[in-house]
Design a protein around this ligand. Structure first.
Ligand SMILES: Cc1cc2nc3c(=O)[nH]c(=O)nc-3n(C[C@H](O)[C@H](O)[C@H](O)COP(=O)(O)OP(=O)(O)OC[C@H]3O[C@@H](n4cnc5c(N)ncnc54)[C@H](O)[C@@H]3O)c2cc1C
Length: 381
């Protein structure tokens, strides 16, 4: 067993970290205030090969493993968790298209997305179907002209901003087996968007409802096989959950790094606050938590790379553990900054706000416990 990253993996992390510090960190607060991420950033990200991280090389992607991808998201989150997580959703969609879509979709929709000339969104959640996603109601009726979509998707990251939407729709009966996946391009008649959601964190990326009213897409926009859409959506989320966890890890690590510097400068009772043993013990606890989270995340990513039979359980367990550890660490770092942690100038409160949603989306942490417990009981026999 070897716990060390390879030289190539260290280089991947360093490259993403350097890119984030130069092209994202200095602008993160401004983009948050504006509520949008400039498209030029994505073109630079595409040039660097980060638009299809674990898309196969045959399809034009970087062909990296899931563990490699977590390194990229950890490093980019040290600059801004909101920007990094937005890229993670795009990558999740790209990987789904690479794995399941036709050559036609790969040429028309995936290729420009890998270059990040276009951006992809993932549409599963509905106003009446969140955790119970298999209850979704958005209907795609098969007609001679194509699939006619009617329904509403809720909480869509990149809604109204993205160029193409990977949408889970009902083409058959109730339940998971009646669900298919189609791609809907921005500009398609019958596709519209709700108002901008006002959110606690992830404020640089727009979240909106995505609405389909007799929205007709060609038969060719079906991804894979009718009835397999829920399976594709869940496979996408296995990797997505690792990426979101990596974003928590990177954000929390950045908060801890800043806190270590701050505590060496801030004085109280005649000494710098890093001299108080109570606070040193707090720092030790935060470091232990983050290192445990990192090892757990990388083990889950390794399991997915190995196609291990228990990979889904490990992705769920890691998502629950790492996102909760990340939020706890960021919150404690805010506390160690005293009142200054609460001010936006120091950047810590933004990390706390950005990381909080990681416990909710791509399956809430209650659902992660459900997946874990279900597998545990099944393994017992
Ligand atoms: C900022 C943001 C961005 C998002 N981006 C996207 C996106 O791009 N695409 C997309 O498809 N979705 C997206 N989502 C939606 C997200 O995935 C859902 O919010 C999430 O799955 C939870 O669904 P819900 O909000 O309907 O909560 P509900 O399902 O209503 O859950 C409410 C509470 O009940 C708990 N609960 C539900 N069922 C059970 C159970 N059986 N046992 C125990 N507890 C349970 C939940 O854990 C939660 O605490 C986003 C959400 C947010 C906030």
């Amino acid at each position: 067993m070897d716990f060390a990253l390879t030289e190539e993996q260290v280089a991947i992390f360093d490259m993403a970290y350097a890119f984030g510090q130069e092209h994202i960190a200095p602008f993160a607060a401004e983009w948050e205030a504006q509520g949008t991420i400039p498209r030029e950033l994505w073109l630079k990200v595409g040039e660097l090969g980060l638009g299809g991280l674990y898309v196969s090389e045959e399809a034009g992607g970087a062909g990296l493993g899931r563990l490699d991808a977590t390194l990229v998201f950890e490093a980019l989150s040290m600059a801004c968790p909101s920007v990094a997580s937005f890229l993670s959703i795009h990558n999740m969609c790209a990987a789904m298209l690479d794995r399941f879509a036709s050559d036609d979709i790969k040429a028309r929709i995936l290729a420009p997305a890998i270059a990040m000339e276009t951006v992809l969104s993932y549409c599963l959640t509905e106003p009446g179907a969140g955790s119970d996603a298999a209850a979704l109601k958005t209907r795609a009726e098969k007609t001679n002209e194509g699939y006619r979509l009617n329904g509403t998707k809720a909480f869509i990251s990149g809604g109204g901003y993205s160029d193409a939407y990977v949408v889970m729709v009902r083409t058959g009966a109730e339940g998971a087996k009646g669900i298919s996946t189609v791609v809907v391009e921005h500009g398609t008649a019958g596709l519209s968007y709700g108002g901008l959601e006002s959110k606690m964190g992830w404020r640089s990326q727009p979240t909106r409802q995505v609405q389909f009213d007799d929205c007709l897409v060609p038969h060719d926009n079906l991804v894979g096989t009718e009835g397999d859409g829920f399976k594709y959506a869940m496979i996408g989320l296995d990797g997505g959950r690792l990426n979101i966890s990596a974003c928590s890890l990177g954000g929390a690590q950045q908060a801890l790094n800043q806190t270590l510097t701050y505590m060496g400068e801030r004085k109280a009772f005649g000494k710098t606050i890093d001299q108080f043993q109570a606070l040193q013990f707090r720092l030790a606890d935060l470091e232990i938590e983050l290192q445990a989270a990192r090892i757990f995340l990388r083990q889950a990513a390794w399991k997915l790379d190995q196609k291990a039979p228990d990979a889904t359980k490990f992705c769920a367990m890691a998502k629950k553990f790492v996102t909760e550890a990340g939020s706890m660490v960021a919150d404690q770092c805010l506390q160690l900054h005293g009142g200054y942690g609460y001010l936006s100038d120091y950047g810590i409160e933004k990390i706390v706000r950005d990381l909080r949603v990681h416990q909710i989306l791509e399956g809430t942490n209650e659902i992660m416990r459900m997946i874990t417990a279900r597998t545990l009981l099944a393994e017992r026999g």
